[in-house]
Design a protein around this ligand. Structure first.
Ligand SMILES: [Mg+2]
Length: 269
């Protein structure tokens, strides 16, 4: 049996974080070795995450604390992608009413967007654990008044120890339900996230792969933009999910040690 995964032509890889490199506050086996392997092989990478609450430096600190050494530039959050998207849409100098935390706010400021609590050209909504009815109401009023509506990522919920709680998508849904306007959403599985990450890497589809743990975001999104995809079984999606899914990754591996082994073997062949 031959391995259909095109390892030799992969020169860049987009890597999901939670369920791939770590779980909660624990690094997964060989997470650090995998990053090291990519560096040794000169394979470019970006760690891509829908989490828009942390800034890249906050993420670097979190990863360092569990033994994964990466540089600020190697992170690509949906907050950065949102800032980049808006910049490309000519938003530099525009004003934005933002529901979101540090990660989103600082990314927009870096893109030259002015954050305001008054009249806004844009309404940008990510996860905000301090959100109030008043802020949701103001965001809805701004969208009604014609502001462009953008969502950092579509996740309607996220897991906590107590169970699922509302995510960025749930907050966007409040404004959509109120105004009848749907946001342009940037994060996975939207093509924008993958396209902007590739732009950052300077990579092309043919030589770029996506590595993730979720069929419905990582793998489905990668497929939609024509990227080869690798699914690890250390996160959300399971083998039984795979059996019932129309979306199938190019390669499935149990974990990162297996992936490193296969990749090394393919390069030696
Ligand atoms: Mg994940």
């Amino acid at each position: 049996m031959t391995d259909p995964f095109p390892f030799p032509r992969i020169r860049a890889i987009l890597i999901d974080l939670d369920g791939v490199l770590f779980r909660g506050n624990t690094a997964l086996p060989a997470a650090s070795d995998f990053i090291q392997f990519l560096r040794e092989q000169g394979i470019a990478f970006r760690l891509i995450t829908n989490n828009a609450t942390l800034t890249p430096s906050q993420y670097v600190a979190k990863l360092h604390s569990i033994g994964i050494l990466i540089e600020v530039e190697e992170l690509f959050t949906s907050a950065l992608a949102t800032g980049l998207y808006m910049k490309q849409q000519g938003a530099s100098g525009d004003s934005a009413y933002v529901i979101g935390e540090d990660g989103l706010r600082s990314a927009l400021i870096e893109s030259g967007v002015r954050l305001t609590d008054g009249d806004a050209d844009w309404v940008v909504v990510g996860l905000d654990r301090q959100v109030t009815y008043d802020r949701l109401a103001r965001a809805a009023l701004a969208v009604e008044a014609g502001a462009r509506f953008v969502g950092s990522n579509p996740d309607v919920s996220f897991p906590t120890e107590a169970g699922l709680v509302p995510g960025a998508g749930a907050l966007q849904a409040v404004i959509s339900a109120t105004t009848g306007v749907d946001p342009v959403v940037v994060g996975k599985p939207q093509p924008l996230m993958f396209e902007l990450a590739m732009e950052q890497l300077g990579s092309i589809r043919e030589s770029t792969a996506m590595l993730g743990d979720r069929l419905d975001t990582d793998i489905q999104g990668a497929q939609a933009v024509g990227l080869a995809s690798i699914m690890v079984l250390t996160g959300v999606s399971t083998r039984s999910d795979l059996e019932h899914s129309a979306v199938q990754p190019t390669l499935v591996v149990d974990d990162l040690p297996v992936l490193i082994g296969l990749w090394k073997k393919a390069l030696e062949a």
